[in-house]
Every structure is written in structure tokens, then in C-alpha cells.
Design a protein around this ligand. Structure first.
Ligand code: FAD
Length: 457
């Protein structure tokens, strides 16, 4: 007998419950990935993520081949393609991972109906794309937690399943056809400094993170120039690493750095349980509705300057240029740039979230939309009216100015604190740096506009 394993956001062989269950049940399995044009049509096929995905699929195929199998890739509507492969191989069961978005819920429901109509079964596995599945811990009076701290308390007390090893052998029927795997090099418009994808790469990065970086994480995670976070986010997004395994291994490593890292992994599960319960939070204000954003037309020039990294605020511009160059941005930089757009420029968070999703290699519906809402004060932040001051924040998290100098070459000759406030230069000194723009907004005026607008909502 044959089982199908549908890979989605779980592109790995280690700690993969659907693959393990399929291998336990069946003599042969079909490891399947479907390239669904609906994902591209909905605007989620950003070049940087397609490139990372191409790496992931090649590495998954290589891992399966090393075990006697291979990856089967098809294109088309995901439900039609899975049913077709199941019919071709007369598979009894299709195994897949549960996921949080409205799209994932619809996909699961449609697939279940279609398979059952053909006398087959769908087995959906929890704790593959999250450590703690959405809905597993809930407060007394709701289907999800709206505040992180009490969620984290309950999340921390949950017993996680054990980690699974990678299978030794995977037998795949010979006669199942597959398309060619996509190739990263053939994709246009990639960020030049984009990280490589794939499970092998993810496991290497994880091993070196646990050997070294994690120990300093608590003290250094906000140091912009130090770049002292794990950079595992694209691997978590594509599931080349397992969140359950990460929590277990960080807890084994122990210490304040590992504890702080586990707490961030809980944030990821937190946002997923919000999105699973309130799928419309991907586009609509989650907790507090705000209607007085500046119109797209009024803000167009400011938004362009923000996107291109020429707002005249060095730390904001450094961050936006890092995003363009790497398809990734440091968390503190994401907080600053999102606060600047939504609170200082008073532009709707959806405008910023869209730009991030066009570029971020870890661009993720739950994490991106709900972090944007958190910063904009429409989401789960319990202090929704805090505004981050980019100058004070730059002095604190880039005290030496190295982050700004790395990404804003026009200011490479300046030391801190001037590098964070080049408008303070006078006379010929200012002229020497006039390739760098003046600030597009006065912070005090931005703050006054913010207060006025919030007063109207
Ligand atoms: P580390 O600090 O090493 O953290 C480890 C892991 O914990 C991360 O890989 C991530 O999976 C998770 N994590 C960390 N911080 C958060 C957080 N605030 N919320 C949820 N999970 C978190 N993260 C994404 O994965 N995709 C996004 O699209 C995304 N968009 C964001 C947009 C904004 C406006 C903000 C403020 C944050 C966003 N984040 C997003 C969260 C966070 O910035 C990134 O996860 C983090 O910077 C990734 O770097 P890292 O892997 O080195 O993180």
C-alpha cells in the first residue's frame, strides 16, 4: 500500500510527524509538493521567497534521494493535484501538517471532502508547523489568547511531543511522474544578499547557533550592528527546521540566552493561534480599529522615501536598505521602521506590511501582519500608543553607529552620535554629506499628528 505525504510549510526530513506516520502505515510513500498558482495569484510568491523555496525543494529532494526516494513536484490546484496523485498510486491516506491561515483551513477542508468522496482519508498532524498547536491552550472565556504574557505562561507548561529523527529509507513508487525542480538562478529581482535555503543549511545554522550565539542572545539580541540573533526565521517559515525540535534543543542548552530564545519561539506560536482563531486579522484591525490614516495619495512621496531608505533618519534608512539588500531585517529594525511608518508618518499598517511581504524571505502571514498590528497599535500590544523615537532608539541600539555606516555609505565617514543626526552638521561639514537627504518629517510634528488622529478614532 501507498500513502501520500503532502509537504507545505514543513520542508524537512527531521522531526516530521506526517512522514513518520506515512512510513509506519505504508510500504511506499509519495513525498509530494504542489506549486499552486493560487498562492502566486494571492500575491504571496515574492521572488526572494521563491528563491529560498527552490533551495528548500532541491535540498528535500537530495535528502530523499540519499534515502532511496525522491520528491514529486506537481503544479496546479493543490486539491486536484493531491487527488490525482492519490488516484494514480491508489493511496489510502494522505498525510499533511496543520497550518494556521484561512487559506490553510480552506485547503484542508476541501482536500478532506475530495479525498473522502473518493474513499480515501486525510490525516492532518498537529505540532509540525508550531511547537504548541493553535487552540491547545486557551483562556477560560475565549478560543485564543489576545495577550502574550498569560499565553506564554500556559505555553511554557505544555508538554511537547518527543523529537523524531529523519527516516533511514524512503521507498517511493517508480511510476509517479514529477516536474523538474525550480532553480533559484532562474528567478529575477532577487535581493543580492539573500541567504541560502534548505534543511541542510538550516541544520548547520541551528548547530552553530546552539554552540555559540544563543548564549549571548539575552544581552545582545537588540544590538543592531552585532547581528546577534539566530536568523532562523526563514527556516521556521518554510519548516526546514521544526519548532518542537528547536524548543527541546534550546531548553537542553539552557541558560538565560536559551530561555530568551524560547520565549521568541513562543511569540511565533502566539501569533499563529491569533490568526487561526481570527483569520481576518491578516487584513482587518484585530483589536482597535483606526480609520484616520493618511490617504495613499497624501502619503505617496513619504512612503516612497521609506521604502527606498531615504527618509533622512539614518537608522530607518539603514534598516530599509538592509531589507532591500538581504530580504531580511533585524527585529529591532522592523520595530523602528514599522513604528516610523505607522506612527510618525501615520500611514496605514497594511501599506507597510505589503512592502515587507514583497521582500522578506521569512515573510509570513501570521508573524508579519500581527507584528505590524502590534506596532501600529491595532493589535495585541497592551500599550498601543507608544511611539518609538528613531534617534533615541538608534543611540541605544546602535551606540557606535556601525549599523548605520554599514548600510548608509553616504554617512560612512561619521562617528556616533552625529551619524544618527547628520542634520546637526553645519557649514562645509554638512555640504560634505549632502548626498544624504534631510529628514522628510519633523518628529514633533509627526507626534502631534499621531495624537490628533488617535483623538478622532
Ligand atoms: P530570533 O531573535 O533569533 O528569534 C527566533 C525566532 O523566534 C525567529 O526566527 C522567529 O520565528 C521567532 N520570533 C522572534 N521574534 C518574533 C516576533 N516578534 N513575533 C513572532 N515570532 C518571532 N517574523 C517572521 O518570521 N516573519 C515576518 O514576516 C515577520 N514580520 C515582522 C514584521 C514586523 C513589523 C515586526 C516588528 C516583526 C516581524 N517578525 C517577523 C518578527 C521578527 O522580527 C523576526 O521573526 C525576527 O527578526 C527574525 O530574525 P531571527 O530569526 O534572527 O530571530
Amino acid at each position: 500500500n501507498v500513502s501520500v505525504v503532502l509537504f507545505t510549510s514543513d520542508l524537512r526530513l527531521y522531526d516530521h510527524p506526517p512522514l513518520r506516520a506515512a512510513l509506519d502505515d505504508a510500504r511506499q510513500v509519495v513525498p509530494l509538493f504542489v506549486r499552486d498558482p493560487a498562492v502566486a495569484a494571492a500575491g504571496f510568491a515574492a521572488p526572494n521567497r521563491l528563491a529560498f523555496l527552490a533551495d528548500c525543494l532541491r535540498d528535500l529532494d537530495a535528502g530523499l534521494r540519499a534515502r532511496g526516494g525522491r520528491l514529486v513536484v506537481r503544479s496546479g490546484d493543490v486539491v486536484d493535484e493531491v487527488c490525482r496523485v492519490a488516484a494514480e498510486t491508489d493511496a489510502d491516506v494522505v498525510h499533511m501538517a496543520a497550518d494556521a491561515s484561512a487559506y490553510a483551513h480552506r485547503r484542508e477542508a476541501r482536500l478532506r471532502r475530495a479525498l473522502e468522496a473518493a474513499g480515501r482519508r486525510l490525516h492532518v498532524h498537529d505540532a509540525v508547523t508550531t511547537a504548541v498547536p493553535p487552540g491547545e491552550v486557551t483562556p477560560a472565556a475565549s478560543d485564543h489568547f489576545a495577550v502574550f504574557t498569560p499565553y506564554f505562561r500556559r505555553w511554557s507548561g505544555q508538554r511537547l511531543r518527543d523529537t523524531l529523527g529523519a527516516p533511514r529509507t524512503v521507498g517511493v513508487p517508480d511510476d509517479v511522474g514529477s516536474e523538474e525542480l525550480p532553480v533559484r538562478a532562474e528567478l529575477p529581482e532577487l535581493s543580492p544578499g539573500l541567504a541560502p535555503g534548505g534543511e541542510s543549511e538550516g541544520r548547520k545554522r541551528l548547530a552553530s547557533w546552539l554552540r555559540g550565539g544563543v548564549n549571548a542572545y539575552e544581552d545582545r539580541h537588540d544590538d543592531l550592528a552585532g547581528d546577534a540573533t539566530s536568523r532562523l526565521s526563514p527556516h521556521l517559515h518554510f519548516g526546514t527546521l521544526s519548532p518542537v525540535e528547536l524548543v527541546h534543543r534550546a531548553r537542553q542548552a539552557g541558560g538565560p540566552g536559551a530561555d530568551a530564545f524560547v520565549r521568541q519561539l513562543a511569540w511565533r506560536d502566539f501569533h499563529r493561534q491569533v490568526l487561526a482563531a481570527r483569520p481576518d486579522a491578516a487584513t482587518r484591525d484585530y483589536r482597535t480599529r483606526h480609520d484616520h490614516w493618511r490617504s495613499e495619495r497624501a502619503a505617496r512621496a513619504d512612503v516612497e522615501a521609506w521604502r527606498e531608505g531615504r527618509t533622512g533618519y539614518p537608522v530607518i534608512d539603514a534598516a530599509m536598505r538592509q531589507l532591500l539588500h538581504e530580504g531580511w531585517m533585524h527585529n529591532r529594525a522592523r520595530l523602528l521602521t514599522a513604528s516610523f511608518l505607522t506612527k510618525t508618518l501615520y500611514v496605514d499598517w497594511r501599506v507597510g506590511a505589503r512592502h515587507f511581504l514583497e521582500l522578506l524571505v521569512d515573510g509570513d502571514l501570521a508573524n508579519n501582519q500581527l507584528n505590524w498590528q502590534w506596532v501600529a497599535g491595532t493589535g495585541t500590544d497592551t500599550r498601543p500608543n507608544r511611539v518609538l523615537n528613531p534617534i533615541a532608539q538608534a543611540k541605544r541600539h546602535d551606540p557606535d553607529g556601525a549599523y548605520v555606516r554599514r548600510w548608509v555609505p553616504e554617512l560612512a565617514g561619521l562617528d556616533a552620535p552625529l551619524v544618527h543626526e547628520p542634520w546637526k552638521l553645519r557649514g562645509s561639514d554638512r555640504v560634505a554629506y549632502d548626498a544624504y537627504p534631510d529628514p522628510i518629517v519633523d518628529l514633533a510634528e509627526g507626534l502631534a499628528r499621531f495624537k490628533r488622529a488617535r483623538g478622532h478614532d
